[in-house]
Design a protein around this ligand. Sequence first.
Ligand SMILES: Cc1cc2nc3c(=O)[nH]c(=O)nc-3n(C[C@H](O)[C@H](O)[C@H](O)COP(=O)(O)O)c2cc1C
Length: 194
Amino acid sequence: MSTISTFLKSYTSRRTQYQLKKALPEGVTLQQVQDIVQQLVKHTPTSFNSQTVRAVILTGALHDKVWQSVTDAIPAEAQKKRPNSIKEEAYGSIIFFDDGAALKKIQEAFPPYADYFPIFASTSNGAAQINTWTLIGELGLGGHLQHYNPLVQEALKGKVPESWNVVAQLAFGVPVGEPSEKEFIDNEVKVLSE
Ligand SMILES: Cc1cc2nc3c(=O)[nH]c(=O)nc-3n(C[C@H](O)[C@H](O)[C@H](O)COP(=O)(O)O)c2cc1C
């Protein structure tokens, strides 16, 4: 298989996998997950090389504590289900942040673009999230992306620098069962040329 087919297969195989087992696949280590996240946080391109993407991997008792506090902070019983399932079933969660200090620095350095930098930071953060989601699939891990941002931010107070703002959570574990059916719209990419 060519490198391009291998890359595309990996990319098109990534799915939202809610049903997880609290484990790593046999032979897979947390160090491998950490290496992937580290490489992607390092090499994801950012506007003017502002390097705004940050991440931590939560696992073990702290993981469960964070998701318990998210669950506790949600008043509606039905809405507790997802964060509680992460606590019960996910081996870990990769928390993605934008570093507000790095963002401020680049905004001050290039005032005409100041309003655009948060959007550019989001673009880079999304790239890091989705590429991480794709690559951990190559380790046999499945996951789903969540946005309990203010609640996770509160639960991580004192554990990460104050300037880091939570952007997304990628819960992961060994996938159990199949992801749901996915429909695609008709969305042809045309080549335009004159
Ligand atoms: C930017 C973004 C935000 C998302 N936010 C959530 C979310 O908050 N909760 C959730 O359960 N899924 C979330 N998802 C998952 C999407 O619903 C899912 O990716 C989409 O339905 C396509 O399915 P697939 O991931 O299986 O390809 C998000 C996905 C993306 C890319």
